[in-house]
Design a protein. Sequence first.
Length: 259
Amino acid sequence: MITRIFMIAALCATGVFAQDATDDRVMSAVRAAMKPALPFSDTDRSGVFPADSKTEPLWMVRPPEPGDQMFEVIANPLNEANQLRAARAMAQIQNNIESAQRRAAAQYEHAVAEAKRTGKSQEVDGVTLADEGVAGQKIDADSHVAIEVANRQQSYSYQIASAMETLSTTTMPDRVEIGVPASTYRDDGLGVDRYAEAQTFVFLGRIPPPQVRHLSKHSYEIIATGDAPSLVVRLRGNETLIADLLRKTDWNALLELLK
């Protein structure tokens, strides 16, 4: 009995190891295919600064950890242009927060006066991250591109937020792309504006045309069935860098990986 349990555990461990090794191989292939668009150094161990400490490049690459299915391109904080953009955004964010603080203070004074008059406590809105406004969300989105990879799945499903009335689908001989431009929309539930970062989904391999469902006013679901071998690359963040990645990536190399 103990021997049987040991054998089952060993087989499971072998399967997990093989899966991880395959995933790492796929991630390495995706990074290699995107290299023409990402001639930037990796980050240091902290993941915050470029390993080579160069200030000229706008971007740096935070590599995936072993077994991860995502790596990220992030703005180089040592670059002067990036620092200037961040400073401008922070000034706008600070204005938004100060405005929210004044509003909260006025609500508090009104609540105290009403409590004294009626003897009943009043609810007061505090200051939250949502009070940073669209400026904070936009600088976060424009400062990175997250590259997520899914492969060998029987089905692929993604939910996204967007102000667009429809999503564009481009069908090419070797792949299907669904593009979602960056947009700003009103969150009616919370009564605040939100910034939806740009996204593009690239479907490769044996995948029937993806279906796009409009779930609600600003919500979509993208669904596709898969048949091994198949691969989906999701890019989200800076719209300009995403366009460059789509144009310069060696998609044929990834198709060879799926044969």
